[in-house]
Design a binder for this molecule. Sequence first.
Ligand code: NAG
Length: 195
Amino acid sequence: MRTCALLLAVTVAAAAFGGAQAVGRRSFWRPRWQPLPTPPAIVATCQAAHDADKRVNVTFCTNIFGLLRPHDSTVRGLAQAAASMGAGRADTAQTTIDRTLSQGGVDDPRARRALERCDRLYGSAAAAFNAAGKAITEGRYADVGRSLEGVSELGRQCDSENPPASSGNLAPLWIFSRANEQLTYLTIAITSLIK
Ligand SMILES: *[C@@H]1O[C@H](CO)[C@@H](O)[C@H](O)[C@H]1NC(C)=O
């Protein structure tokens, strides 16, 4: 439960503090939560990934890697990190859905069914990201795009049936769909840069 809350907090922080790096870079006092500047090698890879696929959002990319600090910031390391984050986010989405369902806050059968479908959608996304990560580890780079085919849309398919988070006590699932979409593009685009 605590781990889950922490993961969710990281997710929300990544989403909420999207532009935090630019703010106060030169200022003397820096609040503790503010990410450190993203290393130049990561910024360069994010830019190259955007050049490979214009749907890749450079700000999202630098923020997410800047926040999570992958140990290995080579191109291959970042491709693996993107796949692993995609799986992690999808897992967290599932945990959030399971918690919402098990807390019994969703009485409307249609809303329940929509959430159960989201659970399956994010389950597929997690499996696909895990398969993509394995393919990168094993050097089967061509399999990465195949593993992730259609995955960018899974989060939005969930959102389209789910009422917005503001209505009642449903989980704020929209947090996950943009990350799911971006991490799909990123994993494929960064993999394409591996030499
Ligand atoms: C790119 O990502 C940033 C941070 O996540 C976000 O603020 C911005 O709106 C995104 N841009 C586009 C075009 O989606």
